[in-house]
Design a protein around this ligand. Structure first.
Ligand SMILES: Nc1nc2c(ncn2[C@@H]2O[C@H](COP(=O)(O)OP(=O)(O)OP(=O)(O)O)[C@@H](O)[C@H]2O)c(=O)[nH]1
Length: 416
């Protein structure tokens, strides 16, 4: 994999003086999206909107998973010889994980400017398998010396580019043939879903390849169900006006990283559940259309129980085609009788289901007398229930016209 930067004249931002811009660290727009979604196509379109001669410059960092950086070559060719100032090549890896340090270093170097002049804005195209959250953490997590990348550059927006027909196809396929994988690799569709869940702007690309308005409306319904905060826009060949992304701070560490509907429901951020009397659920405008998930019949609920599931029954339920009609996403903790000490984690994206056991219940560690686990932390003390402590079912379900009582009944039937 190669990673490289192209310096580009900066688009002029009206209403801002050059001195005010010079005092601020450059903004960074991160383009994420699954393999082939159209990130490079969109980046080229954005760079083509740069206005030569304006103050500052743009830089683009392109990350490709392949051993030859095809995307970088495409961007370089399109950017034009005169506009290209430097190429930075980095080692193999994805910028959301193994090559994070390389990405941070490259951004910091670009932000410092140097002989090629000041950089006003940086676009980062991640690889198709990158998780936006991993890139965002470069800006939000401080190192042991109290520094983070935000000391050098401002993350202004996480953009998720979605291949509209591919996403719809995966969605339908995963529902038609549900796959249940235990302790296995994560299904790729889950990655596509997570790229949508952690985003400030979602671009539904390749709309020219989707038949009719109904399919697009359905796709919007699904995407809004996953992330109601993000701005949502349709595009063909990545043709998005650059004004949509520049001149506005869309990334907000707390709001963006908890934008996923399942996180909002689990934490009672939208439902009003647990809120003070009289408090109303938060209804956010979701993008240009201003539609809300409720407008599409999207509902959600949390299933809670303090008895273990019979693992076989629980897995069989999730593997049964059509068992949970309308389900868009499910995520949360579960407890099964067969593995009483391990904390289960469930993720359903479309029809792709993943079971995981990422750790131990606090109560299990306490029962074994493991030093350091004597006292549960505050958040667990609130839900602690003798004799099983923090062992619980706590699952969020989000979907269109979900039959909550029937799903609850079916889950109850799985309890041991
Ligand atoms: N029909 C159609 N094709 C598109 C559109 N956008 C991109 N493409 C094509 O889709 C293919 C993939 O586009 P890229 O821009 O390379 O996608 P990418 O996300 O950068 O791909 P990776 O870097 O491999 O993840 C190319 O052949 C593009 O020409 C679109 O809106 N409509």
């Amino acid at each position: 994999m190669l990673l490289f930067a192209v310096i580009h004249p900066m688009f002029s931002q009206s209403g801002k003086s050059a001195s005010a811009d010079a005092a601020r660290p450059p903004g960074v727009t991160v383009l994420c999206g699954f393999l082939g979604a159209g990130k490079t196509t969109m980046l080229n379109h954005l760079l083509a909107q740069a206005e030569p001669g304006a103050e500052g410059r743009w830089a683009a960092i392109v990350n490709d998973v392949a051993s030859v950086n095809i995307d970088a070559a495409v961007v370089r060719a399109r950017a034009g010889g005169a506009a290209v100032r430097e190429i930075v090549e980095l080692g193999n890896g994805c910028v959301c994980c193994s090559s994070r340090d390389d990405l941070a270093e490259t951004i910091a170097e670009l932000a410092a400017g140097g002989p090629a002049g000041r950089i006003g804005h940086i676009f980062v195209e991640t690889s198709g398998v990158a998780l936006p959250r991993g890139v965002a953490e470069l800006f939000t997590r401080k190192n042991p010396f109290g520094r983070s990348l935000s000391d050098f550059a401002r993350l202004t927006a996480l953009v998720s580019v979605v291949d509209a027909p591919h996403f719809l196809r995966e969605w339908e396929t995963s529902h038609a043939a549900p796959a249940v994988a235990a302790d296995a690799a994560r299904p790729v569709f889950e990655l596509m879903v997570e790229q949508v869940e952690c985003a400030d702007v979602i671009v539904l690309n390749k709309c020219d390849l989707v038949d009719g308005g109904d399919d697009l409306a359905r796709l919007e319904e699904i995407v809004r169900g996953l992330n109601r905060r993000a701005m949502l826009t349709r595009a063909e060949r990545g043709q998005v006006p650059v004004e949509l992304l520049l001149g506005r701070q869309r990334f907000d560490a707390s709001a963006t990283l908890s934008a996923a509907s399942w996180i909002r429901v689990l934490n009672n951020l939208d439902t009003g559940e647990g809120a003070p009397a009289g408090a109303k659920p938060v209804a956010r405008r979701a993008g240009a259309g201003g539609a809300r998930p409720e407008d599409f019949g999207i509902t959600s609920f949390v299933y809670r129980a303090r008895r273990p599931f019979a693992g076989k029954k629980f897995r069989a339920l999730l593997a049964e085609p059509g068992a949970l009609p309308g389900l868009l996403r499910a995520k949360g903790f579960f407890w099964i009788g067969e593995r009483p000490d391990e904390m289960g984690f469930l993720s359903v994206a479309g029809g792709a289901t993943r079971f995981d056991f990422p750790g131990w219940w606090w109560a299990a560690m306490q029962e074994r007398g493991i030093p350091g686990w004597e006292e549960p932390p505050e958040n667990l003390r609130k839900i602690w229930l003798s004799p099983h402590g923090d062992r619980r079912q706590e699952l969020v379900f989000i979907g269109v016209c979900l039959d909550e009582s029937s799903i609850r009944a079916r889950l109850d039937a799985c309890l041991a």
